[in-house]
Design a protein around this ligand. Structure first.
Ligand SMILES: Cc1cc2nc3c(=O)[nH]c(=O)nc-3n(C[C@H](O)[C@H](O)[C@H](O)COP(=O)(O)OP(=O)(O)OC[C@H]3O[C@@H](n4cnc5c(N)ncnc54)[C@H](O)[C@@H]3O)c2cc1C
Length: 244
């Protein structure tokens, strides 16, 4: 399955929305049923294509938020103000509607259940989506690798998967979760070297580092990790959009 998931030929498939739930204040998790879905790895993404009545099409990339589960593909979409595609996916698409979807895409920003090294996940805003897929895949595989997540988000109302993350931090042995608010409370701040130093792993442990979010966030965190002594070859990044 893993080989097919990484190198399979990409074809557009019809994906029918079978479930939708709000995720924080302005995002939505969408579950599609995709017949003949070949499976995927945590960290991979799909392209979603919308077609208007006049034939105009628009496509965007979305990371999968959950590991492979038969023909189900789950994504979480943040509504971007004035965006062409995301507000439609968050506010308009209804259970039973169909879109086109192709994937899985990406063979570098992936975590495999057979990995045993410690893992540091650092997500900014919607960048937590593929990291959540890794946390869920670890649990589903019964993998005992040490995982740490540092999640930077504006306010508690903007948090994705809030209840599940708290539950997993309590119940999933070897998983630590730290949430940093950038616009909430007296300690509101953007992620610093002290945060990564305190809540990440020391470079001596040679963790696999996955960093995902807006371009500016990813560059800041990657610079911090290198400055702290992490091997750049062990830092994998995924950029979601324009500079934050
Ligand atoms: C590999 C990959 C994975 C991605 N995974 C996810 C995901 O899991 N969840 C998710 O919500 N998004 C994800 N994105 C971003 C997504 O592809 C779209 O860029 C986003 O949904 C905006 O599309 P739009 O059509 O609504 O906005 P557009 O019409 O393309 O843009 C409207 C305005 O918003 C700005 N903008 C565009 N994208 C962003 C952004 N990401 N953040 C802030 N401003 C932006 C544009 O500069 C423009 O000013 C991913 C992107 C990539 C490359």
């Amino acid at each position: 399955m893993a080989r097919a998931a990484v190198s399979g030929r990409l074809t557009w498939r019809v994906a029918t929305l079978v479930d939708a739930r709000a995720e924080g204040a302005s995002a939505r998790t969408l579950t599609f049923d995709v017949p003949d879905w070949p499976g995927h790895l945590a960290g991979q993404h799909v392209d979603v294509r919308l077609t208007a009545d006049d034939g105009y099409t628009a496509q965007r990339s979305y990371s999968m938020s959950a590991p492979a589960d038969g023909t189900h593909v789950e994504i979480t979409v943040q509504s971007v103000a004035d965006g062409e595609v995301s507000p439609y996916l968050v506010d308009v698409l209804t259970v039973g509607d169909a879109v086109e979807l192709r994937g899985p895409i990406g063979g570098w920003f992936v975590w495999r259940p057979e990995q045993a090294d410690p893992v540091l996940l650092v997500g900014g805003g919607s960048g937590v989506v593929p990291l959540m897929a890794m946390i869920r895949a670890r649990r589903a595989a019964g993998n005992r690798s040490l995982f740490r997540l540092i999640y930077s988000v504006r306010t508690p109302a903007d948090e994705y998967y809030a209840e599940e993350l708290r539950r997993r931090a309590r119940d999933d042995h070897g998983l630590d979760v730290t949430v940093i608010y950038t616009r909430h409370g007296e300690s509101a701040h953007r992620i610093t070297v002290a945060d990564v130093n305190t809540h990440g792993w020391p470079p001596d442990l040679e963790p696999a580092c996955f960093v995902c979010g807006p371009t500016g966030f990813v560059e800041t965190v990657a610079d911090i990790l290198v400055a702290l002594g992490h091997d750049p070859r062990r830092i994998r990044t995924e950029r979601f959009g324009p500079t934050s």
